[in-house]
Ligand binder design. Structure first.
Ligand SMILES: Cc1ncc(COP(=O)(O)O)c(C=O)c1O
Ligand SMILES: C[C@@H](O)[C@H](N)C(=O)O
Length: 348
């Protein structure tokens, strides 16, 4: 019963088979292989963005930080939610790779920021001239760090505010596929058509071994990224093994099938938690992540049964939590049986 993170899940067998196929013989290195050529064409087609620039890195932190470094000068600031991963869980990588840019934090509710909160934060940073940082990109996480999903309309409204101020928009899409399946829209509708300029397209949490795509929908905004990637030690020599993973995911919609399975397991778990009477959902689980309070006795039973999940004491909403809280994450391999085993242990 492992609900610690989608990072703890296995790699999909079709991805492993793709790696074995890519392991035959020799291929050009550093991204000059035909697999990367095919992947670039596939992603441009998937996102209806024939001019998009596509690059691969190994981690979400690398993708986020190198994109922000490309979009934000060292004297700038990027706007993000107060609980954003780039703020809380990347060990200052965004600040490091930008060469010193700040992160301007925006109060969030259930992981999401509102247009009003964004405007208020931008106003603070925007009127100090050279005495303050230069306003820079807006970074939005989709699926958010609280398991919620922005609607296309919400994304569009936030991106419009940024664009009206001349600021680019980055999307941390570490769980992009989960959000897309949740909304049922197209990749283009949830990105560039909504105003997103650069995307971290998550592969690892989706079910790959370790690869994230970086997509700049306007190649003019990608200037310098490849140098930053190389200097950041993120350009793989045997790059074909990154490309093979991602191409496998974007073949026959495997990426959507994996996200759909994770979201379905999450929905089953969320319903069972609510019906149990032993747990309360803290936020609406729109994709594959649940945040819930539970009875201390239920928590003890789950621990005794060996269930794996993060204890969650949210420092921003801690006052609301009077019982043990948990973050529960489902991945492509989470089975109904595993969910039901968890619910049985919860109920005792
Ligand atoms: C929302 C979000 N963004 C980015 C990342 C960074 O990914 P990585 O751990 O591969 O650096 C994570 C990690 O799970 C994440 O949850
Ligand atoms: C660092 C931790 O938050 C990781 N990003 C996860 O979601 O499991």
């Amino acid at each position: 019963m492992n609900f610690a993170s989608d990072n703890t899940g296995p790699v999909h067998p079709q991805v492993m088979q793709a790696l074995l196929r890519a392991n035959e013989g020799h291929m050009p290195s550093y991204g000059a292989d035909l697999i990367m050529e095919d992947l670039t064409a596939r992603l441009r087609d998937t996102f209806e963005a024939p001019e998009a620039e596509v690059h691969l890195v190994a981690t979400g932190t690398a993708a986020n930080s190198l994109i922000l470094a490309t979009l934000c000068p060292p004297w700038g600031t990027a706007f993000c939610a107060d609980i954003a991963h780039i703020q809380e869980d990347e060990c200052n990588a965004p600040e490091f790779f930008t060469g010193g840019a700040k992160l301007s934090l925006i109060p969030s509710e259930a992981g999401k920021i509102t247009p009003e909160a964004l405007r208020a934060r931008m106003a603070i940073e925007g009127d100090r001239g050279v005495h303050g940082p230069k306003p820079g990109p807006l970074s939005l996480t989709q699926v958010t760090e609280r398991g919620t999903v922005y609607s296309v309309a919400e994304l569009t409204a936030l991106a419009q505010i940024a664009h009206d101020a001349g600021l680019p928009v980055h999307m941390d899409g570490a769980r992009f596929a989960n959000a897309l399946v949740s909304l049922g829209c197209t990749p283009a509708e949830m990105t560039w058509r909504a105003g997103v300029d650069a995307l971290t397209l998550g592969g690892t949490k989706n079910g790959l071994m370790g690869v994230e795509a970086v997509i700049f929908f306007d190649p003019a905004q990608a200037d310098g990224f490849e140098f930053r990637r190389k200097r950041g030690a993120q350009l793989f020599s045997k790059h074909r093994f990154l490309a093979a993973q991602m191409l496998a995911a974007f073949t026959d919609d495997l990426w959507l099938d994996m996200a759909g399975a994770a979201n379905a397991a999450c929905a089953r778990l969320a319903a069972g938690l609510t019906e149990s009477g032993h747990a309360t959902l803290l936020f609406e689980p729109d994709a594959n992540m649940i945040f819930a309070e539970m009875d201390a006795a239920a928590h003890a039973r789950l621990q005794a049964a060996g269930a794996q999940y993060h204890d969650w004491q949210d420092n921003l909403t801690g006052a609301r939590q009077t019982r043990p809280a948990a973050r529960l994450v489902c991945n492509w391999s989470t089975s109904e049986a595993e969910v039901d085993q968890f619910l049985a242990a919860l109920a005792g």
